[in-house]
Design a protein. Sequence first.
Length: 191
Amino acid sequence: METKNTKKNSLKMLIADLCICIVAILFDQLTKVHIRATLPVSSSYDVIPGVLEILHHENPGASWGMMKGQTTLFLIIAVIVVIGLTFFATRIPQEKKYRPLNIAASLILAGALGNTIDRVAKKTVTDFIYVSLINFPIFNVADIYIVVATIGLAILILFVYKDEDLRFMEFRKKTEKSEKTVDAEEKSEED
């Protein structure tokens, strides 16, 4: 049974997650607006010569330009990702030790929504960060959110949290009987 303080803390964390997501989306969109307003498509300038460029590219496809013109498919995928992330985020216990999971989920959601906004509004995604040293595909701030937060999420799940910390992700409905069975199994493993 949740106490008044627990509900208050849950609401604070939910608001914090929402703020992280909104601020991240705004930053992503502002960088894209700035690039579109100041740099013609296919134009570039060096940030670190031979290493990093700002190169304005409009991507009508997915990563590395694959699946060009599949806006409807991307929107369906984005809706599925948003629903999945929202479901995941609402299942995360509202405790301090789970804060990194909340932040990672918020950033992945911000990245997905940032690129979806472009696809809906312009039918392309504005990319502009190009690592010319390794000829890496051009990307944007939303892509950075998705990649960094996904790597962080994988590290947290694989190396930081224990199995019992992640039980909240189980889909089955816990019953008193199933909890007793799990407890008995864990006790027998310890013996």
